[in-house]
Design a protein around this ligand. Sequence first.
Ligand code: FAQ
Length: 336
Amino acid sequence: MYKISLRERVPSTTLATRNTFPYIMPDSQQESLFQQKVDAEQKIEPRDWMPDGYRKNLVRQISQHAHSEIVGMLPEGNWITRAPSLRRKTILLAKVQDEAGHGLYLYSAAETLGTGRDEMVDQLLSGAAKYSSIFNYPTLTWADIGAIGWLVDGAAIMNQVMLCRTSYGPYARAMVRICKEESFHQRQGYDILITLSKGTPEQKAMAQDALDRWWWPSLMMFGPSDKDSPHSAQSLKWKIKRQSNDELRQIFIDRTVSQAEFLGLKIPDPKLKWNEATQHYDWGEIDWTEFNEVIRGNGPCNAERMAARRKAHADGAWVREAALAYAGKKSKRNAA
Ligand code: FAQ
């Protein structure tokens, strides 16, 4: 198949074909120019030529990322009415609203690749598309809200800072904005845990219990280990991903251990130990059976999360209809 690329510079060897412009470049040549551009750290923009696989992979990753932000509102949203003070309530409300905003930036970025938002949402609601495993765990106590901010947002930032340098322009730019907000989210979670860990023995125990339950699922957020990650090699070549799942997971562990120590909490991993030779922490083994079960839909809260999203979507149908009718009226008025 041949496609025309209007934005690529036509190579000088083709100048002889000037009179027959537009020049039609074979896919193999387009692909090699595309890779050169990626290697040179130039951003790929929506109207640029891109391999079908690059487009598909991006829509897959960005839409799953968007779904994660939206489903990710549920575990914390669950605590807005139960936050222990007005201050904590307003902070949590703002944080959960930020997650909705992140979902919207991401759906918009994915739409620039030619897939409609309705289609992406249908894929989430039908179970065809994944969202992050982490949001299938329950928030049992207020300390869980601290643990989500500290560990879940902390892991999300670790992954998303690399995505600020992803090769696709609209995704990279969305990430810059998202990361700024995620840093605030991480601090607010840590602040909750500082308060609890300096509190009564019951509060400290609550913080430890939250760390015990959220530690391993947070490490799973980085995805399967590199050797079992089907998308990584190609995504790294296309610079969609800039670091591997295992690399990011290790950096996250290395940075988080001292934060746990500062809180006086113990990471639930008997094998966790500083390794002088590698200058990294050694650590235990993730329960990959649990990870695979959760992403297959069999985690503790998968059914509940999907039921909540389906209900919200159905309940919001009238809002979408009203917004469309209003937009239609407005564009008719403007055209008149
Ligand atoms: N959960 O070959 P890989 C947040 C799937 S945002 C579920 O390694 P890839 C903010 C993967 O999709 C959190 N599924 O895949 C917040 C693929 O399935 P597919 C979300 C997972 O894409 C905080 C298959 O396994 N962040 O938390 C998971 O190269 C608090 C094979 O895996 C992002 O989405 C998982 N943990 O690497 C919100 C960041 N891991 O599509 C509210 C962007 C893997 O073939 C409250 N995404 N899978 O059916 C990425 O960086 C990548 O997509 C990875 C996975 C690193 C997640």
